[in-house]
Design a binder for this molecule. Sequence first.
Ligand SMILES: Nc1ncnc2c1ncn2[C@@H]1O[C@H](COP(=O)(O)OP(=O)(O)OP(=O)(O)O)[C@@H](O)[C@H]1O
Length: 352
Amino acid sequence: MTDTLVTDSPTTDSALKVDSLWKIFGPRSDQIIGTPDADLSRAELKAKTGNVVGVKDVSFDVAPGEVFVVMGLSGSGKSTLVRLLTRLIEPTSGTVTLNGEDITAASESKLREIRRHQVSMVFQHFGLLPHRQVIDNVAYGLEVRGVSKKDRREKASEIVELVGLKGYEKSYPDQLSGGMQQRVGLARALAGDPEMLLFDEPFSALDPLIRRDMQNEVIRLHRELGKTMVFITHDLAEALKLGDRILIMRDGAIVQIGSPDEVVARPADDYVKDFVSEVPKSHVLTLKWVMREPRPGESLEGPALPITTIVRQAARAAIASEHPIRVMDGDKMVGVIDEDDIMRVVVAEEES
Ligand SMILES: Nc1ncnc2c1ncn2[C@@H]1O[C@H](COP(=O)(O)OP(=O)(O)OP(=O)(O)O)[C@@H](O)[C@H]1O
């Protein structure tokens, strides 16, 4: 979502830190971790013990303001993982730390406080209150918190405008399209000014065009508000579009964590490779992955572009310039790229 290449674990303090998190469903689920059975595949464990691994030894860090996407097919454990983050489901083992607070050790009252003030969730089926107008749906969380009617209406109007629903304050949910209802859901999540937003496949039921609008809306809101976001999806294109980094899950475990360009350029295994095979490479890869050393005698007078530029965005400059583009990492030239190099990426993606 940003042009910044986030490769390693964030160096800033984490907004969210997940450490060796497990969720096993079934009988005696707490007696599996640490035994050889924990190494069995999900199917083998189920056959042997009747337990199902929902989330398997998952660790990751999310930096403040980062958009972190968790992607996987149905059954890969995404919903379980997102619910573990606020302990809507109890972990079997491991820890979740939110803004320095150990969620796994928090009391019930602390958890309620965190869910009300620090983290908001946006679901596919948002569960808007049908007999309440948009404005009161948006203000609902503030009402629960005991904010006065005047103050919560004021805040809710501000947020309604922010998500593009101005004029619909007095409508009821069933008078709105699916996309607009999801905007109400977004507004409701934002009204309490949480530090983090958790999205659980919020746009999966929307038509493709409306879905695209909503994705753009998330990008815009992130730019304006800078909130940390954890976004769950089964859609790779959505993951690549929204994520600063993407965690790919399979059978409850992590297959790869990386920035969109890393995942596409260096898939961790055949599973990810298969996933990304249809992705238009020139839309995702940055110059980092396609630049080369200058050839002897080659002109170094071409325009300079940052190494984080997406290939497609560099194409116009490459075509317009007689000289190769200089690829810059800060002030340092780290390589060059010309029209032919870019064409090679585009042709390769057409062939695949
Ligand atoms: N309460 C439960 N009891 C037993 N097994 C469960 C429970 N909840 C989830 N599972 C199992 O855990 C695994 C992960 O499920 P989860 O719903 O987290 O996956 P998902 O990636 O979110 O899939 P989907 O997109 O279909 O919801 C699945 O095999 C599922 O059957």
